[in-house]
Design a protein around this ligand. Sequence first.
Ligand code: ITT
Ligand code: MG
Length: 209
Amino acid sequence: MNPFKDTEIIVATKNQGKVKEFAFALAELGGTVKSMYDYPELPEVVEDGDTFAANARKKAKTVGDALGKPVLADDSGLCVDKLGGAPGVYSARYSGDHATDAENNDKLLDELQKLSEGEDTEQPLLSPARFVCHLALYDPGTGEFVEAEGTVEGMISAEPAGSGGFGYDPIFYVPAYQKAMAELTLQEKQAISHRGAALRILKDKLGLK
Ligand SMILES: O=P(O)(O)OP(=O)(O)OP(=O)(O)OC[C@H]1O[C@@H](n2cnc3c(O)ncnc32)[C@H](O)[C@@H]1O
Ligand SMILES: [Mg+2]
């Protein structure tokens, strides 16, 4: 299955930050990206899986079956060591069902700051953490999935910085660049991010250069 031979790649997402990153990455393959915003009649996908993989498969299959075309889905999130891996699969709704990115970032910093109360060191880097991205490409013609998972390690910083990216990027410090993820260009983020890593694995699995 090589859906990228089509120039139009459908990504089962409503996240404009993801759409931008997929458009940038897939442009190399001559592809353009369509998202769920281009198909307003699509059913809502309830993300009730326990794992990134289960949610990614569900998004890809629901949208792929509804459209009768191959669909790529991304389920991703942030896993923070000192919070036992939270928010994980709940990353998008950490501070409530319709939480904004700023509300989620505030809640995460609050939770970590509560844990470090009483410690006398004023350390801006609060906990090791990683972003995880699980990609599932589904072909309704064959019922087949091709999947890939990527991660990137970093630290949660009490000092948000940058206005690029989306979600938790301002509070995710990337040691390799000594900057927050939100301070990176699209190209720099793609080179090291969980999504960039997952896309490279997926391309390899599909035999694409
Ligand atoms: O389900 P779709 O429609 O794709 O969009 P979503 O935003 O709900 O996406 P997820 O369910 O996969 O939740 C992922 C959340 O994890 C966070 N996240 C994922 N990738 C990220 C990234 O590259 N940078 C910052 N935060 C990210 C961000 O808060 C996302 O909303
Ligand atoms: Mg979601």
